[in-house]
Ligand binder design. Sequence first.
Ligand code: SF4
Length: 266
Amino acid sequence: MDRKKREGFCNELESIRISKVIDNFMWEEPCVTDKKGVCAIFFSGCNLKCSYCQNCQISRGKVGSLYSEEEFIDLLKEKEKNNSYFNFITPTHFSNSILNALKKYQPKIPIIWNSSGYESVEMLKKLDNFISIYLLDFKYADNNLGKKLSHVSNYFETAKDVLDFCAKKKDVFDGKYMKQGLIIRHLVLPDEIKNSLDVLEYLAQKYSDRTISLMSQFTPTPNSPIKRKLTPLEYKIVESKFLKSFQKGYLQDFDSASDDFIPDFS
Ligand code: SF4
């Protein structure tokens, strides 16, 4: 489909649209927060349609402001002065336009590519020189669950290929802060503990030496088919597997499940 003319599955045209920009954002993993925090750029729309999405105000698209390549470059130039990183949140469906902008201007601070893990390796190869850190979700080890909850039939194979590619980026730290590398996130969903255990098992087989971030923050939004938060027992089971399987990473506190952690996009 030509997204210059028609909106795609992501509900957006090819031109960059941004819902919100937050300076000095301090909610990411500590190794990518640094003193000044990150400049969090929330792109509008999404190439998945997770029925439980906590950012559905923006992931369904058509909110926020359109940016030409030049306007996007101006934003990068302005924000790099007072932040330690850029965090491109849900950028996948704007990859082409972002790549064109980055070819014209490479920011002086590291760029974090914060995505669902469901994207094209061919496109990531083109972007790779400009991206310092991949902050990737690994949502499902079960394609049926991916189909049921995110409306795609091949999440597992796609995310595996993406991870294989992104894992080529070696971790580089400056003191306690990551300047290059990979962080793999997994959000534990209520009633889907087997999926979380399978995801962790898969990651443990191939990536036990990488930084894994286990998240407990799921909070149901009004339209979510998942109507409750995790129970302490559910999280404990997954946490126990995590602690046995990985050398380093982050465990979100159980009480992080609050809508305080969902930025307001209104
Ligand atoms: S990938 Fe993330 S932003 Fe996109 S629909 Fe799923 S939960 Fe929402």
